[in-house]
Design a binder for this molecule. Structure first.
Ligand SMILES: Cc1ncc(COP(=O)(O)O)c(C=O)c1O
Length: 361
């Protein structure tokens, strides 16, 4: 007989994360629009740094990530001493839960919030608390109402995934100011770079001691495959997070490629502009054929259908054409499909296929 050795309470409540589909059986050429990746990949400078980075494989990498932190600080006008780097922003989310939430503690996420908040909360033995949104927008009053003396962390992505919507600066300040004393507001800025001139919450962080932001190189910088993210917050919180961080959590390849990508502002600007142009085109073209979406501030749109049946039928049809988008029923949006803004040819293919599906092609 095999023994059943029990994990910590909470672990078996985790529904493992499901990544975006990357293949369809029987279809040889697919366009992946299911994981909000940059369709152009990383820029030339990042690619060159990656290619050059393999010369010291026998040496351990830097433990303090100083060169990358200085580059991030310079480009984003931040204090390098209050930056922490991780294997994707997922790792920073996990550090926050590990360090600040445990059995008996509550962690708030919103109705359509990114699934890693719940997963990392349960992994830490804490209790996830889901708060409703208002028409697919984070509702600050609902969050404040859900707070109590057990609340340790509040996670909000701004812009949010999978809705693409944002909460304004004044609302975020009101939220930070209204949280109970022992709670930290985490602003997940995975898509912040797509918003021209947006600091991701840095100014708010600089004026308060209970706000942290997480950022990533997986989206605008086109480096999802390499796993690099970072966080920024008050010195005391960053000090805590560094205590749970593994000393060699990023390789030389990750560090050097990330530094080159961050410093290549021209490429980042180009990708942001192209995403903005195609996002407007895609959402307007779909709206014209009866598939509306909220105004998105990120690199995807959340296309709304009449009901779950129509959304799933459209997804099946798109798959048969090799177009992979994301079902979001798991995010309580069963009548929607999240479509990453690809390059121009992919956007045109999506519109063509959806219009064919709608019987108007
Ligand atoms: C809102 C949000 N936060 C965090 C992440 C994690 O990104 P990464 O771990 O690649 O930095 C994602 C990825 O899809 C996301 O959508």
């Amino acid at each position: 007989m095999t023994r059943q050795i029990e994990p910590h309470p909470g672990i078996m409540d985790i529904r493992p994360y499901k990544g975006g589909a990357s293949y369809v059986d029987g279809v040889t050429e697919v366009v992946k629009l299911s994981s909000n990746e940059n369709p152009f990949g990383p820029g030339d400078k990042a690619r060159e740094a990656f290619a050059k980075s393999g010369g010291r494989l026998h040496r351990y990498p830097s433990t303090d990530h100083k060169a990358l932190r200085l580059a991030i600080a310079e480009v984003h006008d931040l204090d390098a001493d209050r930056i922490i780097c991780g294997a994707g922003s997922d790792e920073i989310i996990s550090f926050l839960c590990q360090a600040y939430a445990g059995p008996g503690d509550e962690v708030i996420h919103t109705e359509h919030g990114f699934s890693m908040y719940r997963i990392s909360t349960l992994a830490a033995g804490a209790t996830p608390v889901e708060v409703p949104e208002r028409e697919r927008v984070v509702d600050v009053d609902a969050i404040l109402k859900a707070c109590n003396s057990q609340t340790k962390l509040v996670f909000i992505a701004n812009p949010a995934n999978p809705t693409g919507t944002m909460v304004g600066g004044n609302e975020l300040a009101r939220l930070a100011d209204g949280l109970p004393e022992q709670a930290i507001l985490v602003l997940d800025g995975a898509y912040a770079e797509y918003v021209e001139g947006f600091d991701g919450g840095a100014a708010l962080i600089n004026m308060r001691d209970n706000v942290v932001m997480t950022r990533t190189l997986s989206k605008l910088y086109g480096l999802g495959g390499l796993r690099i993210g970072w966080g920024y917050g008050p010195a005391s919180i960053v000090d805590v997070l560094n205590r749970v961080r593994g000393p060699f959590n990023l390789s030389d390849t990750q560090l050097q490629t990330a530094e080159a990508a961050i410093r290549d502002r021209e490429y980042a600007d180009k990708c942001r502009a192209e995403n903005g142009r195609l996002r407007v085109w895609l959402s307007e073209a779909l709206a014209k054929i009866g598939v509306p979406s909220d105004v998105s501030c990120a690199n995807f749109i959340l296309a709304r259908f009449a009901d779950r049946e129509e959304a799933e039928a459209c997804d099946d049809f798109l798959q048969s054409k090799g177009l992979l988008v994301r079902r979001v029923a798991g995010y309580k949006l069963p009548n929607c499909l999240r479509i990453t803004v690809g390059d121009e040819a992919s956007c045109r293919r999506v519109v063509h296929a959806v219009s064919e599906f709608k019987g108007r092609g």
